[in-house]
Structure formats: structure tokens, C-alpha cells
Write a protein that binds this ligand. Structure first.
Ligand code: TXA
Ligand code: MG
Length: 336
């Protein structure tokens, strides 16, 4: 295994053609999505996709999302139904992943042996262009080592996956959404299930479907157990520094914290600035909070603090459930 860091490529026509060639030959490429950066490979090649699991240290029980250039290609990899077509029409390209019965062309390791496949059309134009140039769907999980904070810049990917088989990252700038896609299971379209809150509000999905989304209680599983419900690990997205979540961090609580502990707030606090207090938006705007969340956690995680204190969000609308989900998992205690 190489110890070299992957190289970052600007999204020029020549670079896109070159990275598409790498993907066609079974290679790995770090890709910008509108949500977070992905680690992409040819979704129709079991061998190429095995490289994704190896580079991330991801257990084979956690299936991958298949990315398409256009909703017209859905039928190639999955068996669509009316509900899926309605959601695709309303929200693709965009941060929505649909779980549907799979076609045999999708290798078993992509779906962890399941009869279903997770599919989406990403909104990031360079990523979509790369899928088109590669001429095949691309499987891509988030481009972080398994369990660590998801990457939202090309540099995060390069630094996190140095020393793996990944040699190239396509630079699309900072991800505008900042949290992963919303995942909806439509295997039984009469009972749609929200598997992961994400960058698209669940209520927007419910409006198009005309049905409420079922929300399974999260299974508590350690990374080593075979996961019956994939992606439901309690601990995920986690900084190495211990993290405590707070409903509200007021000035008195802040003042009482030890000097070697840092704080991440949703909105700018009143009072003077200090080195150990960061905030995600001026006024608590949740799109801004989501966009900056993973980057801020990474920056704090590498700054040598003893503990991070993070304010969580309330509410069940818009991006609030996705942000709270990521923070709750980041704060979960490391399991044995
Ligand atoms: O925004 C995103 O979704 C990003 C970008 C790169 O597109 N990707 C991403 O992938 O977040 P990842 O691997 O971090 O999350 C994929 C999750 C799995 O953990 C699992 O929860 C779910 O998708 N998944 C995939 N296939 C599934 C299936 N057949 N049934 C149920 N869930 C599935
Ligand atoms: Mg992930």
C-alpha cells in the first residue's frame, strides 16, 4: 500500500477525462457531491467496489449508494415504482437516495448481499459529468475512514485517505449542503421508511408521496456486529476528541468550562470573541450550520482540546433532524 497522499485535480475537461479513464480501469476517485465528498468506483465492478471497502476500512455489511448521471438510468440498476418516479421527478438531481429492489447487474458486494440497492442522482455538476464520462454508474460512500467525520473539502479527503489505494480527488470546492443525502426505503411503496435524515427535508418527501414516512427506532449496534439495518451504527461521524452535547450553552456555562475544552455554538454569542469558542452561523440559520458542521468538528478535533462541547438543534423541520442525528452519533460513547 502506498503512503503517498492522493493528488487533487481541478475540474478541467482534461482532468475529468483522465479521472473517467481511471474509473473505467477499476480505480478509485474522490468525488465532490453537493452533500459530502464521496469515494467512487465503477458500481458494476465487484472488484473495483471491493477497493472502496478496503480504502475506508468499511465493514462489508454496510452497503454503498449507486450514483447515476440521470434518472433515466434508474431502470438499469433498480426496479422503480410509481412512488420512486414521483420522487425522482421532484428531487433529482439532489440530496435524496432511494432504496429499491436491485437488478442483477449490481454486484452483491455493493448491496452487502441485500436484494435492494440505494440509488441517487447527485446535483454536483462535475460529479455528474464524471459519471457520464465514465459511462457507468458510480458507487460512492462518503470519503472518510469508516466512523470518522465526513469530508466536505477535497483536502479532507486527501488527508483522511492518504496511504490507501486512492490516488486522485476531483476538486469541487466546499460542499454546499454539508450533510449526507436523505435515504428513503421504497421497497414497499405503501410504507415508505426514512432510513436516514439528510440534506432534503423529510416533510418535502412526505408532501410528494402524500404519505408519512415511517421512522424506525435506531438499532444500537457496534461496528463489529453484522448490521441487520445498514448505516444504523450508533457511533459514527465521530471526532477523536470526546464530545458532549448541550441543549443550550449560555454565557454562565461557557465561563465555567475548563480552559483546555472548546465550544461549538449554533449562533454567534454575545460578548467578546475567544479562541476556544466557535460558531456555525451568525443567527442560527440551519443551512449554514449544516454546511459548516463537519469542517468545524474536524478543525476542533485536530487542535488538541481535551473535550468539545457542542450545542445541538431542536425541532423536526428542515435540516434540524439531520444535524441532530450527526451530532448525536458523533457524541455517542465509543463502544467496546
Ligand atoms: O450524500 C450522500 O449520500 C453521500 C454522497 C457521496 O452521495 N454518500 C453517503 O454514503 O453518505 P454512505 O456510504 O456514507 O452512506 C450509505 C448508506 C449506508 O450506510 C446505508 O445506511 C444506506 O446508505 N444504504 C445503502 N444501501 C442500502 C440498502 N440496500 N438498504 C438500506 N440502506 C442502504
Ligand atoms: Mg458515511
Amino acid at each position: 500500500m502506498s503512503t503517498a497522499r492522493p493528488r487533487i485535480y481541478r475540474p478541467t475537461a482534461a482532468n475529468l477525462a483522465r479521472l473517467a479513464g481511471l474509473l473505467r480501469r477499476g480505480g478509485l476517485v474522490g468525488v465532490p457531491a453537493e452533500t459530502v465528498y464521496g469515494l467512487a468506483a465503477d458500481a458494476l465492478s465487484a472488484e473495483a467496489c471491493a477497493g472502496i471497502f478496503a480504502a475506508k476500512g468499511r465493514p462489508g455489511t454496510d452497503p454503498l449508494i449507486v450514483h447515476l448521471a440521470s434518472a433515466r438510468d434508474l431502470d438499469r440498476v433498480a426496479v422503480p415504482n410509481a412512488a420512486a418516479l414521483a420522487l425522482a421527478e421532484a428531487f433529482w438531481p439532489g440530496p435524496l437516495t432511494l432504496v429499491l429492489p436491485k437488478r442483477p447487474i449490481v454486484p452483491d458486494n455493493v448491496t452487502s448481499g441485500r436484494p435492494t440497492v440505494a440509488v441517487r442522482v447527485p446535483a454536483q455538476p462535475h460529479f455528474r459529468r464524471l459519471i457520464r464520462l465514465a459511462g457507468r454508474p458510480l458507487a460512492a460512500p462518503s470519503a472518510n475512514p469508516f466512523g470518522y467525520i465526513s469530508p466536505t473539502t477535497a483536502a479532507h479527503v486527501r488527508d483522511g485517505l492518504a496511504g490507501t489505494a486512492l490516488s486522485a480527488v476531483l476538486d469541487g470546492g466546499e460542499c454546499p449542503v454539508g450533510v449526507e443525502s436523505t435515504i428513503v426505503d421504497l421497497t414497499r411503496p405503501e410504507r415508505p421508511v426514512l432510513l436516514r435524515p439528510g440534506g432534503l427535508a423529510a416533510e418535502a418527501v412526505e408532501r410528494v408521496l402524500g404519505l408519512p414516512l415511517a421512522r424506525p427506532r435506531r438499532a444500537r449496534l457496534s461496528a463489529r456486529e453484522a448490521a441487520p439495518a445498514p448505516g444504523m451504527l450508533t457511533r459514527h461521524y465521530s471526532p477523536r476528541t470526546p464530545l458532549t452535547l448541550h441543549r443550550r450553552l449560555d454565557a454562565a456555562t461557557l465561563a465555567a468550562l475548563p480552559a483546555d475544552e472548546a465550544v461549538l455554538l449554533l449562533r454567534r454569542p454575545a460578548g467578546p470573541a475567544s479562541k476556544r469558542v466557535r460558531w456555525l452561523s451568525k443567527n442560527g440559520d440551519l443551512a449554514e450550520v449544516a454546511r459548516g458542521l463537519f469542517g468545524a468538528l474536524r478543525a476542533l478535533d485536530t487542535a488538541g482540546w481535551k473535550r468539545l462541547h457542542v450545542e445541538t438543534v431542536e425541532g423536526n423541520e428542515g435540516l434540524a433532524p439531520a444535524i441532530r442525528d450527526r451530532l448525536t452519533r458523533a457524541a455517542a460513547r465509543r463502544e467496546a
